[in-house]
Design a protein. Structure first.
Length: 79
């Protein structure tokens, strides 16, 4: 669970430094969408990720990269 949270922070920092990198936006949204999944016997987080968080990330990416075909395609696939 800690590595999952750390990866989320790393994506946030990387997006601040490289906001025009469309593949980074897609990877970060994928990380949010698929989430941290464990089996039920493990303690900590379980279940899938957050479609809402993934949507917000892709929308932010599209505000910065309005003409990115890849981001638009991923946004439509998410919906």
């Amino acid at each position: 669970a800690k590595s999952y949270q750390m990866l989320g922070r790393i994506y946030a920092e990387a997006l601040q430094i490289h906001p025009r990198n469309e593949s980074l936006w897609i990877e970060a949204a994928s990380h949010e969408y698929f989430g941290y999944v464990t089996n039920e016997k493990d303690e900590g987080m379980s279940g899938g990720g957050s479609i809402k968080s993934a949507r917000v990330l892709l929308q932010r990416g599209l505000r910065i990269n309005t003409s990115s075909k890849n981001l638009w395609m991923q946004y439509f696939c998410l919906e």
